[in-house]
Structures are given as structure tokens and as C-alpha cells.
Design a protein around this ligand. Structure first.
Ligand code: M6R
Length: 609
């Protein structure tokens, strides 16, 4: 995720900005930059890569001035490059921005028609031009930012500087956090509290739609109508490390809790509701190509492979398209019967996993069209693929993948809708219906997160066990695999995921009173069959942890523990089950006293085969 920092006061701004950006490093970034005003001149320094590059640039080309804004960028629109790095300038105005502007293309066309020139591929540059345009109409910087914000759709936190008001920073937000602080040296702003703690423990949180006005003497907040708002100071007691984790004890649990936002962001601006269509501009594939693709291949590793398996069930049921799913390391060494014009979907959080990359190269050699579902913009996979759907998860720091998985599944939902509409399998009305279902997912996930304590209680009852079995059917079979993977990688408990119907063909021999069996039992067309499997488990005295659809009373007396999942269409249930199983694995690992973010022997990104 991008990071914002700002300072105006009596000290040199550049070192304060740089130190602030360093405190935001944990969020991940691909480029960074600052802008200061020194003696009425606007100076910008930007560089790609690590902050040390920006540090070196500033050592070589130092900047003075006691007002400035800075940014670390995690690319969403446009590859990581100096040109795309923030701050972005329009005349005497400079802007930094976090978030995604959904209507930036429409705004860009309008601004181009007014004579504004664009130097970057970002969505942010429209904001700089909108603010500059408002200033030419005689507005103050605060009014200009407010007017610009009225044109924006999407999520944003913005900070702006203008040479016309060389002692003022103006900031606003919608859907992205923005915090301010003040001390005897001046006023500070940042996208989270971490960089502010070095300056003050009393902070002001800006609310959506409000404008923050920072001067050396004070902080002021006004509402959308320009009326002063009296926002109380909030005392922060966290230390810097806790602040990086947003107050959560680990990155993993923080990332689990980010999922409603990740899902909403991955869907944001990627559909046309009226026509019931998905809008995936980076797909780089024509309707013809999608119609003629004989078969869809999905290749990935680990958790991303589980997302791919969900995709198989989804595509075959929702849009009646045959799908072959492979593990990267298997695909590349067999003789896959992939053909020219097949659609090859490579899924990867990092975009750097060696086995997935090589499989995608192999598919290209066979003439397939390669589509990447990837989180890291500008990663090797994203660059080499013909088209991309970015999951907008922000950096995933915990080694165990959580929010990246849900982002990938949501990207597959969008792709299924797109192909279904293009091929005429889904009508506009059906498309709208699916969109309604997709848009409900974030609130359903919230609902699960609110009941985290119930999963913690289940974990308390079973965390000392040495083996677990996870059973699921249909589209939730991959979630049984994913639940088992999460548990084994962070708790070091042996866990296996199985298709529930396959249990009697072998694993049933393992079942006894010492082996908890986690059964995913949604009220879908396979419910009765799953209940039969559960009975088989019960008959062998194994404790059952049942994840059921809310309102299902039937299994309450058959299971040791029951966790209800909100009702959604069965094809969308994997996201909800996955979130519950992430929390179960997390709490078991915590109870075992383990470092959940850095499990032994594992690397976040496997760049070797
Ligand atoms: O970056 P990728 O999505 O390509 O990574 C694939 C796997 O290495 C990854 O999902 C791994 O299985 C995680 N440890 C799962 O939590």
C-alpha cells in the first residue's frame, strides 16, 4: 500500500519526510518521492526502488524548505517508474495520493480536452490537474482540493501543496486513512500513525469528506461545506512496532482483517452495473479471443493454486467452460496438451514464483494467451503476461497468504462474469444479479471477523492435537486444502485436506478420537452427502468442527464445535469459509506460542524451483 507523509513548520522538511517514509517502509513500496517548497520554488525528488535510492539522491541533490509532502508508492495504475512515482505536479501544485480513482479515465479525457498534458500512467495525475484548474478559478488551496474531491469517484487520501500558499498543506480523504498531529515544531500528516509517533502521541483522525488544513501554527479541519469541525485529539499508546501492525499483534491477523477492504478494492471500478458486465481494461484480450479460447488452463503454486481450483469449479458451473488446473512445477515438466488460442491463467501473489513463471513461459511457447492474476504491479509475471488482472491487496507481509487468496478468488469471479457475458452465457440481468452477490461479500466477511472470538474458543479446545483432517466438497474442496495448508504452515501440526467423498477411500483409517476433523458443510446441493461423511467421522469418535450455513441447527448436536457462516450463493461461499479457517489456524498457532508471521523453513516468495 502507498504511504503519505507531510510536514510544515520551523524545521527542514526533507529529513522529517525521509524519516517518516522509513517508518512506512513496512507497508512495501516500489518507488518514493518528496516535494518541498523552498524560497517560493517547488522542488521534486523521486526515485524507483528502495528508500536508500531516494536518500542517496537527496544527499547528491539536497533540498531546503520547511514545508513538504512525501510518498512511497505501491503501484496500482502504471508500472513502478520514476515518472509514475509521486508527487505529481500540475503547474505550481503538487499532489500525493493513496487509493484508486475509479473515474480517472473520464476525468483524464476531460482534462486533456482542456489542454492539460499527462506525464505519467497513474490515476493520481488527474487530481493534480483538477486542483490546479480550481486554483486558476481563484480558489484557495483548501477550496481547490474540496472542489477536486467532488469530481473523484473511488478511494483516496490526498495531500496537496501549492506555491501560491507556501505555508499550507491541504489534505482530504475518502475510504483511505489520514492522520494529523501538531507539536511546537509544526504540523504533520501521514497515512497511518506510525511516522507520527516520533513527533506526538496525540493525533487527529480525518473523516471521509473532511479537509485538513495544516500550517506551522495549527491544524484545522473543515467539512464538505467548509464549516469548521472540532475533532478531538486521540491519544496513541502503541509503540512503533505495534503501530506498523495497526495495533494488531501480527501482520497475519492484520491482513486477515483487511479482507473486506481488499475485496471491495479488487471489485472497485471493474464492472458496469447497468449492462451487468465486468470491466477489465488490462485484460488485453478481445471478445473474439475469449470466445474462441478452446479451454482455460489455470496454473499456480501453494495457496494461489487453491484459488485456481476454486476457479475451476466456478468457471465450469457458472459459464460452462472446461478448465484444467495445474501446479506450476508439474505443468512445466509434463507434456501439457495446451494449444494455440487456449487461455492460460497464471495466478501469483508475488508474480515472481519460479515454477509459475516458467509454466507461463511454456504456455506462451505453445501459442496460448497468458493472463496473470497477480498482486505485485510490475512483477515479472505481470510484465511477461499478455494481460493482467491485479488483485489490489497491498503488500502481504505475513508469509502465510491470506488476503492475497481472497483477492485472487474475487479476480476469478470478475473474470468468470466477463467471459460469461462475452460468450453470451450470462444475460445482462444475470450479470447484474451476480454483481449484486459479489458486492455483498465484504459485509459477509466483516460478519465473520466480528465473531473471531468464537473461532479462538474453538482453537483453545483443539490446539494441542497433533493431526487434523479438513473435509470439503465441490467448490469448497479447495478450501479444505487451503485450511489444512494454513494450519500446517504456521502451527506445524500435520493437517490434510480431502474431498469429503474421498475420505472412505483411505484417510478414514487415520480417524480416531485424537484427530479433529474440520467439516465444511454449507447448505448446498451436496449438503446431505457431506452430513453422511460427518456421520462416518462421528462413528469413529473423532471430534468434529463443523462450519455450517447460518441457521443450520441440524449439525449442532453432531459436532463438538459449530461455526456458522453467513448465507451466500454456494459459488461464493469459498471466500467466507477460507476467512474462518484462516482465523482458526491463526489462533491455534498463537496458542502454541509460534511466530505466525515468519514460520520456519518458509519464504514469502519462492524464486527457485
Ligand atoms: O507468490 P505466489 O502466490 O506465487 O506464491 C505461491 C506460494 O508459494 C504461496 O501461496 C505459499 O504457498 C504460501 N506460503 C501460502 O500461504
Amino acid at each position: 500500500m502507498c504511504g503519505i507523509i507531510g510536514f510544515v513548520g520551523s524545521q527542514q522538511a526533507a529529513p522529517i519526510l525521509l524519516n517518516g517514509l522509513k517508518r512506512l517502509e513496512y507497508r512495501g513500496y516500489d518507488s518514493a518521492g518528496i516535494a518541498v517548497i523552498d524560497n517560493g520554488e517547488l522542488i521534486i525528488r523521486r526515485s524507483v526502488g528502495k528508500l536508500s535510492q531516494l536518500d542517496a539522491l537527496l544527499a547528491e541533490q539536497p533540498v531546503g524548505g520547511t514545508i513538504g509532502i512525501g510518498h512511497t508508492r505501491w503501484a496500482t495504475h502504471g508500472r513502478p517508474s520514476e515518472q509514475n512515482a509521486h508527487p505529481h505536479r500540475s503547474g505550481d501544485v503538487v499532489i500525493v495520493h493513496n487509493g484508486i480513482i475509479e473515474n480517472y479515465l473520464a476525468l483524464k479525457h476531460r482534462l486533456e480536452a482542456q489542454g492539460y498534458r499527462f506525464d505519467s500512467e497513474t490515476d493520481t495525475e488527474v487530481i493534480a490537474h483538477l486542483v490546479a484548474a480550481a486554483l486558476t478559478r481563484g480558489r484557495t488551496l483548501a477550496q481547490a482540493v474540496r472542489e477536486a474531491a467532488q469530481d473523484l469517484q473511488g478511494s483516496y487520501a490526498i495531500a496537496a501543496l501549492s506555491v501560491a500558499e507556501p505555508a499550507t498543506i491541504v489534505t482530504t480523504r475518502s475510504g483511505c486513512p489520514l492522520v494529523m498531529a501538531h507539536n511546537e515544531q509544526g504540523s504533520f500528516l501521514a497515512s497511518d500513525v506510525t511516522p507520527l509517533l516520533a513527533h506526538s502521541r496525540d493525533v487527529v483522525y480525518l473523516e471521509d469528506g473532511e479537509i485538513g488544513i495544516l500550517t506551522p501554527e495549527r491544524l484545522a479541519v473543515v467539512d464538505e461545506a467548509g464549516q469548521a469541525v472540532d475533532r478531538p485529539l486521540v491519544r496513541i499508546d502503541w509503540d512503533a512496532e505495534a503501530a506498523e501492525k495497526g495495533g494488531y499483534p501480527d501482520f497475519m491477523v492484520k491482513e486477515i482483517h483487511e479482507q473486506p477492504r481488499v475485496i471491495a478494492d479488487t471489485l472497485r471500478g471493474r464492472y458496469r452495473y447497468d449492462s451487468g458486465e465486468a470491466d477489465l481494461p488490462d485484460l488485453a484480450m478481445t471478445a473474439e479471443e475469449l470466445i474462441h479460447a478452446r479451454r482455460i488452463w489455470i496454473v499456480a503454486c501453494g495457496t494461489s493454486w487453491h484459488a485456481g481450483l476454486v476457479g475451476k469449479y466456478l468457471f465450469e458451473e457458472m459459464i460452462r467452460k472446461p478448465v484444467q488446473v495445474d501446479i506450476g512445477s508439474e505443468f512445466r515438466y509434463r507434456e501439457p496438451m495446451i494449444q494455440k488460442d487456449d487461455l492460460f491463467v497464471a495466478i501469483s501473489q508475488s508474480g515472481e514464483t519460479a515454477d509459475t513463471l516458467e509454466a507461463a513461459r511454456e504456455a506462451k511457447k505453445h501459442g496460448a494467451r497468458v493472463l496473470a492474476i497477480v498482486n505485485v504491479v510490475g512483477s515479472t509475471l505481470a510484465r511477461e503476461a499478455d494481460g493482467v488482472i491485479y488483485t489490489r491487496c497491498g503488500p502481504e507481509i505475513s508469509v502465510a497468504s491470506t488476503k492475497a487468496f481472497t483477492g485472487q478468488v474475487i479476480a476469478l469471479y470478475l473474470l468468470a462474469l466477463h467471459i460469461g457475458r462475452v460468450r453470451g452465457i450470462l444475460s445482462a440481468e444475470e450479470g447484474r444479479w451476480w454483481l449484486d452477490q459479489y458486492l455483498m461479500i465484504p459485509s459477509r466477511v466483516e460478519h465473520i471477523l466480528k465473531r473471531e472470538a468464537d473461532l479462538r474458543s474453538i482453537a483453545e479446545r483443539f490446539y494441542t492435537k497433533r493431526n487434523f483432517l479438513y473435509l470439503g466438497r465441490g467448490i469448497n474442496y479447495p478450501i479444505a486444502l487451503e485450511g489444512a495448508l494454513k494450519l500446517k504452515e504456521i502451527s506445524y501440526i500435520h493437517a490434510e485436506g480431502y474431498a469429503a467423498g474421498e475420505m472412505k477411500h483411505g484417510p478414514i483409517a487415520l480417524i480416531d478420537e485424537e484427530m479433529p476433523v474440520v467439516v465444511l458443510a454449507p447448505r448446498d446441493r451436496l449438503y446431505e452427502k457431506t452430513v453422511n461423511n460427518l456421520m462416518e467421522v462421528r462413528a469413529r469418535n473423532a471430534p468434529v468442527i463443523a462450519l455450517v450455513t447460518e441457521g443450520d441447527q441440524e449439525l449442532a448436536h453432531l459436532a463438538e464445535a459449530v461455526f456458522p457462516i453467513p448465507h451466500v450463493h454456494p459459488l461464493l461461499s469459498p471466500v467466507l469459509f477460507a476467512v474462518a479457517l484462516q482465523l482458526l489456524a491463526y489462533h491455534i498457532a498463537v496458542l502454541r506460542g509460534l511466530d505466525v508471521d515468519r514460520p520456519r523453513n518458509l519464504a514469502k516468495c519462492v524464486t527457485v524451483e
